[in-house]
Design a protein around this ligand. Structure first.
Ligand code: CDP
Ligand code: CDP
Length: 215
């Protein structure tokens, strides 16, 4: 039986990371947050004064990236997410990051990866694909609550506008746009808390594995 690879995709703040981490722990699989790669490229390009709309120059930054040296804590914020989504539209940037992600996904122990194009580009053969969504309003509320819990003053309307803008850019780009793979299961978590979403995802994984066993 092939190793268990689980592909999690979806829009900003849908709960991909939270879900992917829990699935990885539950099924004892390594986990990769692929958004961090794009965040690191966006941040580095900005720090060096590189034009974020320049595909070649940002592609160069992506080719020079050492994924082992990414400092997660400094890349979590909204600003890095915005920088990431700008550089992520460029084919040279995406091309430079593919090999690392595919190698991670080919781990003989299996893997969980989350991002935008895991089920469509990085792991088209994943045994389980889940497209996690929630309404823009729910996602903006979650982000707002997350930030206020950290003591940051945030405006819900502004976060909602950012969420919509990032969705539009990620879904509208020509290269690897945000969209569910044709064989992905949709998980709308608008009405689900984290525990309910986790159980629903486990159900999807277990059902997919059952179906394979019966086939
Ligand atoms: O990785 P992604 O940006 O898709 O989302 P996340 O960082 O996992 O989740 C965004 C926020 O929503 C976090 O604060 C989660 O705790 C929260 N969340 C939630 O309240 N209910 C869910 N069903 C999923 C996530
Ligand atoms: O956690 P959140 O959904 O806010 O963002 P993220 O997953 O860290 O991704 C940041 C940005 O990187 C996204 O808005 C995408 O533009 C880009 N990205 C991508 O294009 N492909 C991926 N596999 C992962 C992220």
């Amino acid at each position: 039986m092939a190793p268990l690879t689980i592909a999690i995709d979806g829009p900003a703040a849908a709960g991909k990371g939270t879900l992917a981490k829990r699935l990885a722990a539950h099924y004892a699989l390594p986990y990769l947050d692929t958004g961090l790669l794009y965040r690191a490229v966006g941040r580095r390009a900005a720090e060096r004064g590189i034009d974020l709309d320049d595909p070649q120059a940002t592609g160069e930054v992506a080719r020079a990236l050492d994924a082992g040296e990414i400092d997660e804590a400094s890349l979590r914020g909204r600003e890095a997410g915005e920088l990431a989504s700008r550089v992520a539209a460029h084919p040279p940037v995406r091309a430079a990051l593919v090999a690392f992600q595919k190698a991670f996904a080919a781990d003989p122990r299996g893997a969980v990866l989350d991002g935008r194009d895991i089920g469509t580009v990085i792991c088209p053969q994943a045994r389980v694909k889940i497209f996690v969504t929630a309404s823009p309003q729910v996602r903006a509320r979650r982000r707002t609550e997350e930030l206020s819990a950290k003591g940051r003053a945030v405006d819900y309307e502004r976060i909602l506008a950012e969420v919509r803008e990032r969705d539009a850019r990620d879904a509208g780009r020509l290269e690897a746009p945000l969209k569910p793979a044709s064989d992905a299961a949709l998980l709308d978590t608008s009405e689900m808390d984290i525990e309910t979403a986790f159980r629903a995802a486990c159900d999807l994984v277990d059902r997919a594995l059952d179906a394979e066993r019966r086939a």
